[in-house]
Write a protein that binds this ligand. Structure first.
Ligand code: KIV
Ligand code: ZN
Length: 396
């Protein structure tokens, strides 16, 4: 049985590295390809946001991506710049070339390790897959010290074999072991148990970092990544707005805010959280991909209250219905939205904001008029309020 709160009462703070793959896995969203200039703007932003690693692309995939990775490598000042490869020498040569200008570079190489990938994709054997992985890591090591190895489909890979893979890659020189739940299949308890198993059964584990790379096919990417770091992983791979292949990747803003809002996990990051909202908008604009309004942390409704009971509470004290201060993620203020479900307190609050102070009797009259309007209109805005008040027979 895996414990999800193994270090809940430990006061020691452990650092979790944030590996942003918005520009690589995130960019694999159909129709959301970024050009070189767009990638560069976002890379600078991610660097300012405080991510530890920027996966800038897959250099062998196209000349445009090669140049984009190279430009990002020339520009980024703080973060490590990483390029993806298959366990293929040519991929590694090209990635190394693209990463040459980086102050700090990482090559991310790997191969599928689940029986499904080994049999159907590679028509190979477990032993040969380890040999190919080891050869790729050793080859990449010629170019850079920092090598991350991904065991693709680790989520469905047998744990004992995965431990052998990790040990062999660390011995070959890998500094980070990426454990992707490529198909988004794992349950949080299962993914947490996998990380715990590797922490305990890979003899050379003390020489490397385990990384969580979770996809969201069952809506569990965030939960799985958090289960991973609770059980010993110290890097999370994620994207802004959770964009990525199919149902997407782990959302950066979600994992970062979970660790921040739950200090007794004892896990910290370097993310400047006040930049999250604007960064989300920048990615959304560049990709032409709207953020769903109810998206945690960065959705338009994340700090909007529309039911009368909630509004009354928030107006009295924000913390009655908000667990995050909107300022902490770069949102100016919580909003009180006027709909047919709103109460008197919300109408009085919004009217006061535009300079209309209503007495108790006036509020009763105005509220009756408001409900008639609100039943016809989805949302009442500031321009509607004076008209509602006048129609209730109140002179302004
Ligand atoms: O999901 C995955 O397995 C990947 C690897 C290429 C790291 O994106
Ligand atoms: Zn992925």
């Amino acid at each position: 049985m895996v414990t999800f709160v193994s270090n809940a009462f430990c006061m020691k703070q452990e650092y979790v590295q944030i590996f942003d793959t918005t520009l690589r896995d995130g960019e694999q969203v159909p129709g959301c390809k970024l050009n070189k200039a767009e990638k560069l703007v976002l890379a600078k932003r991610l660097d300012e946001l405080g991510v530890d690693i920027i996966e800038a692309g897959f250099p062998i995939s196209s000349p445009g991506d090669f140049e984009a990775v190279s430009d990002v490598a020339k520009t980024v000042r703080n973060a490590i710049v990483c390029g993806l490869t298959r366990a293929v020498q040519k991929d590694i040569d090209v990635a190394a070339e693209a990463l040459k200008p980086a102050k700090r570079a990482r090559i991310h190489t790997g191969i599928g390790t689940s029986d499904s990938h080994i049999q159907h994709k590679f028509r190979s054997t477990r032993e040969k897959i380890i040999e190919r992985g080891v050869a790729a890591v050793k080859y990449a090591k010629k170019y850079v010290e920092d090598i991350e190895f991904y065991a693709e489909d680790a989520g469905r890979t047998d744990n004992a074999y995965l431990a052998q893979v990790c040990d062999a890659m660390i011995k070959a020189g890998a500094t980070v072991l990426n454990i992707p739940d490529t198909t988004g299949y794992c349950l949080p308890e299962e993914y947490g148990a996998k990380i715990k198993y590797l922490m305990e059964h890979v003899p050379s584990m003390h020489k490397a970092t385990l990384s969580c790379h979770c996809h969201n096919d069952l809506g569990l990417a965030t939960a799985n990544s958090i289960a991973g770091v609770i059980n010993g992983a110290r890097q999370i791979e994620c994207t802004i707005n959770g964009i990525g292949e199919r149902a997407g990747n782990t959302s950066l803003e979600e994992v970062v805010m979970i660790m921040r809002q739950h200090p007794n996990l004892g896990l910290v990051t370097n993310i400047q959280t006040q930049m999250l909202s604007e960064t989300s908008q920048m990615v959304s604009d560049a990709m032409g991909m709207i953020v769903q309004p109810n998206k945690a942390i960065v959705g338009a409704n994340a700090f909007a209250h529309s039911s009368g009971i909630h509004q009354d509470g928030v107006i009295k004290n924000r913390e009655t219905y908000e667990i995050i201060n909107p300022h902490d993620v770069g949102v100016d203020t919580s909003s009180i939205v006027l709909t047919a479900r709103s109460g008197r307190a919300a109408l009085a609050y919004r009217a006061k904001k535009i300079g209309i102070e209503l007495t108790k009797d006036e509020l009763d009259l105005a509220y009756a008029a408001f409900l008639t309007y609100a039943d016809k209109k989805k949302e009442i805005n500031d321009n509607d309020i004076p008209e509602i008040v006048k129609n209730a027979g109140i002179s302004l």
